[in-house]
Write a protein that binds this ligand. Structure first.
Ligand SMILES: O=c1nc[nH]c2c1ncn2[C@H]1C[C@H](O)[C@@H](COP(=O)(O)OP(=O)(O)OP(=O)(O)O)O1
Ligand SMILES: [Mg+2]
Length: 204
């Protein structure tokens, strides 16, 4: 396999997948390259369900192997919210800055030790004629009291990693791609690659 389609229009995800698959010599395409593919409604109640919905709909349409990523942030003090609603937390327009502002507002007055949170990533791999495979990864941290850093995307500027004394947005792309929920899910996919991809997985 020389090329894989990621069923996303999120440019931040595309950048990270492109960097991580480049190590295997695989080129990443996304729905930004297939503008005619309609949006898939994320009607599931879990990351896994939504990743499956996206991967299977786009695989059905393109008739080739497709990976979808459904991911988000679960904050303990908010009972796991925004969770699967992370992208549209502050409104349908999926605005990162407004999502962060809403999150900080909801956590106003909550002390640092109670601001524990976790990023989740579910990856669904849909291949024509096969059952869909799922891998997952998580990354633990805290919600900072103010945004910091320019890297990454989404909630990265407020996702604080105590062991580094930095937010996810203050890491280099290489550093983020070594520890993120997405990187951990991809590691699991790598371990199962031959099994999942079969003949299609060969690099030649
Ligand atoms: O590494 C991350 N660093 C920061 N924030 C992140 C990360 N990973 C996911 N997130 C946030 C962004 C968005 O608010 C939600 C994903 O929502 P999610 O539906 O999976 O993606 P999306 O709608 O942006 O693109 P698409 O569905 O086309 O893949 O979680
Ligand atoms: Mg989405």
């Amino acid at each position: 396999m020389k090329e894989i389609v990621i069923a996303t229009k999120n440019a931040g995800k595309v950048r990270e997948f492109a960097a991580m698959f480049a190590k295997r010599g695989i080129e990443v395409k996304s729905l930004l390259d297939f503008p005619d593919v309609p949006d898939v409604e994320e009607t599931g109640s879990t990351f896994v369900e939504n990743a499956k919905l996206k991967a299977e709909a786009v695989c059905q349409r393109l008739q080739r192997p497709v990976i979808a990523d459904d991911s988000g942030l679960a904050v303990d003090a908010l009972g796991g919210r925004p969770g699967v609603h992370s992208a549209r937390y502050a409104g349908e327009d999926k605005n990162d800055a407004r999502n962060i502002a809403k999150l900080l507002h909801e956590l106003d007055g909550v002390p640092m030790e109670k601001r524990t949170a976790r990023f989740h990533c579910a990856l669904a791999v849909a291949i024509p004629g096969q059952s869909t495979a799922i891998v997952e990864g998580t990354c633990d941290g805290y919600i900072a009291e103010a945004p910091r850093g320019e890297g990454g995307f989404g909630y990265d500027p407020v996702f604080y990693l105590p062991e580094r004394g930095k937010t996810m947005a203050e890491l280099t792309p290489e550093e983020k791609n070594a520890i993120s929920h997405r990187a951990k899910a991809l590691e699991k996919l790598n371990e199962q690659w031959d099994e999942i991809m079969g003949e299609k997985g060969r690099t030649e």
